[in-house]
Design a protein around this ligand. Structure first.
Ligand code: GTP
Ligand code: SPV
Ligand code: MN
Length: 602
């Protein structure tokens, strides 16, 4: 398609990029189904994708990435502000001029032999006062079809933009120019040292090079909706968070809206689509990864999901663990790095039925008994294999999920993956304590980022890889949002579904997590009991609805108790983490740390 916009700044930007990247063709996306189908057909024709058996998985395809391009690359992610101080201690910084020079050299001629796609997209319902428009330029048809599902793409976005509307330019290239006559590979990308995921928050600009995968390439998601948006949100007085959003309705019909921040691959999609195991409670999904929140005239914090689809972790997803996700991906979905079964469907580890033979994510013959050189089982799907599916296909999508005004948040939940130490749930004494809880959230690493090698890392508000500015300023922003919200601020909780005893989970998780959410709602209503601990308020076993729950009394006791020694042992690590934040560590955070140590008797 040719361009249909009269927006001068947009046309100028696209032609500048075209001059630099020198594509063979330029194509403006219209967001239609015909376009989606044509691009899927293109990826099938070139061998980039495999069509799945339409009887088993209608209108769905499987992609296999290059084995080096399977997740976000945090070491190659940059926050480029004029002053290095403003990126803060948790981000990689480069001088904007230098970074642009380095990247421009790579971008020069990088789209040779390829098509430059211009994708006009809206994060949030088109026209919502909370939504933002982005324009992604990419040379990857995989990115275009994924953006079709994950965002709202098309002419309507250009119409909303008019001739002068504001947009966030997002430039992406897989970084693999084709010489004349050169045959393309299934998954083009650049070597790791040439990958750059760069953000210029002062200019609202994103430049990504060298990776075709997920958050590195679908620039509306982590780059725009979190890194750039978090910096905008601070300037403009709102919040952009790595949070799922759900609506829980109790048997009396009262609605509670919950937003929960867990690090990547720590349970957001699963909680967002939760099927309560307790009678009479209903759960509906609004979003599974990102929340944009503004204080509305009623004084409350309202959240929208800026995305339109789910880019979810595949392994572990099953009818047993997350039936609603399984139903969401029954058709019209894109799969990346899963097993291809002999009957042309997809499979991954811990799916309901075992797979006895297939083609693994590397394109090799695979059986479940295969072992690597160290004798460890070879996984068929990559641990960060993903599905991309339209949110509207989720059977429990909330009828109000696209309400431009958003939903009022009652409860914030923080958490992480801790096999030891951290109890099942606790509640903050007040807002400032809640900010402290979120700020000091920690988790064991997962497959969602390639380069995290530590045993445990602090991941404040699950935003460590996604905060587009100084983390100390980010915490200060949280404190100030609390001041503005006052009595209407959400109540804050912390959870850990991942306690283990050897290989055994202490807590069954998934649908049973509804018991913990129920306790939270009852705390908000003032009806549930709790005991005071050094961490915060915690339920005694009797305060939790355990009817029909198959967890032994001893396990429950472990899950609901605080091992003071274990927390005192972690104080040195905590101090070291907070010291890194330097002189932008808010005074209110220092007071929280002191109070916490006092409660622990340290
Ligand atoms: P990102 O998309 O990377 O942001 O991840 P996420 O936070 O949405 O994580 P997701 O819900 O996809 O869960 C990641 C993994 O954790 C999956 O393999 C799940 O099966 C597993 N998981 C999720 N919830 C639970 C739970 O309550 N208990 C246990 N044991 N595992 C869980
Ligand atoms: C995450 O890593 O938190 C994700 C997947 O949601 S990605 O889009 O690749 O960032
Ligand atoms: Mn995520």
């Amino acid at each position: 398609m040719a361009s249909t916009t009269q927006h001068k700044a947009l046309l100028k930007w696209v032609s500048e990029i075209e001059r630099m990247c020198r594509p063979a063709h330029v194509y403006w996306c219209d967001g239609t189904k015909a376009e989606y189908d044509a691009l899927i057909k293109l990826t099938l024709d070139t061998g980039a994708a495999t069509r799945l058996n339409p009887d088993r998985r209608p209108n769905s395809v499987l992609f296999r990435s290059h084995p080096s391009d399977v997740a976000r690359v945090e070491d190659r992610t940059f926050i480029s502000t004029p002053d290095s101080e403003d990126a803060g201690p948790t981000n990689n910084w480069m001088d904007p001029a230098e970074l642009k020079r380095e990247m421009a050299a790579l971008y020069t001629g990088c789209m040779a032999g390829r098509t430059l796609y211009v994708i006009p997209f809206s994060m949030g319902p088109i026209g919502s006062p909370i939504a933002k428009v982005g324009i992604e330029i990419t040379d990857s048809p995989y990115v275009v079809v994924n953006m079709h599902i994950m965002t709202r793409v098309g002419q309507k976005v250009l119409d909303t933009l008019g001739e002068k509307g504001e947009f966030i330019p997002c430039l992406h290239s897989v970084g693999a120019p084709l010489a004349p006559g050169q045959k393309d590979v299934a998954w083009p990308c650049a070597p790791i040292g040439q990958k750059y995921i760069s953000h210029f928050p002062d200019e609202n600009l994103i430049w990504s090079y060298g990776s075709g995968y997920g958050g590195n390439a679908l620039l509306g998601k982590k780059c725009l909706a979190l890194r750039i948006a978090s910096a905008m949100a601070r300037r403009e007085g709102w919040m952009a968070e790595h949070m799922l959003i759900l609506r829980l309705t109790n048997p009396a019909g009262r609605r509670f809206h919950i937003a929960a921040a867990f690090p990547s691959a720590c349970g957001k999609t699963n909680l967002a689509m939760l099927q309560p195991t307790i009678p009479g409670w209903k759960c509906e999904c609004i979003g599974d990864d990102i929340a944009w929140m503004k204080i509305r005239p009623d004084g409350r914090l309202h959240a929208i999901n800026p995305e339109a689809g789910f880019f979810g972790v595949a392994p572990g997803t099953s009818y047993k663990s997350n039936p609603m996700a399984m139903k969401t991906i029954r058709a019209n979905s894109i799969f990346t790095n899963c097993v291809l079964t002999d009957d042309g469907d997809i499979w991954w580890e811990d799916m309901d039925v075992p797979c006895t033979h297939g083609i693994d994510w590397k394109g090799q013959e695979w059986t479940p008994d295969m072992k690597d050189a160290d004798g460890k089982p070879i996984k068929g799907a990559h641990p960060n294999a993903r599905f991309t599916a339209p949110a509207r296909q989720c059977p429990v999508i909330c009828p109000d999920w696209e309400d431009p005004a958003g939903v009022p948040i009652d409860i914030f939940v923080f958490g992480g993956r801790r096999t030891h130490v951290m109890p099942l749930v606790h509640q903050a004494f007040d807002w400032d304590h809640g900010v402290f809880m979120g700020a000091t959230a920690a988790s064991e690493p997962t497959a969602a980022a390639l380069d995290v090698k530590v045993k445990l890392r602090y991941d404040p508000m699950a935003m460590l890889p996604f905060c587009g500015y100084h983390i100390g300023d980010y915490w200060q922003h949280w404190f100030e949002m609390g001041d503005r919200l006052g009595e209407k601020a959400p109540k804050v909780f912390y959870v850990n579904w991942f306690r283990k005893d050897g290989k055994r989970w202490l807590w069954p998780g998934f649908g049973e997590n509804s018991r913990v959410l129920k306790w939270m709602c009852e705390r908000v209503e003032g009806t549930a009991g709790a005991r005071r601990t050094p961490l915060g308020y915690m339920p005694a076993p009797a305060d939790l609805d355990t009817a029909g729950l198959e967890v032994g009394a001893a396990d429950l006791e472990t899950l609901l108790s605080v091992d003071g020694n274990a927390f005192r042992d972690e104080l040195d690590e905590l101090d070291a983490f907070l010291k890194k934040v330097g002189d932008r560590l808010p005074e209110r955070m220092k007071r929280q740390v002191a109070a916490y140590k006092q409660r622990l008797g340290a």
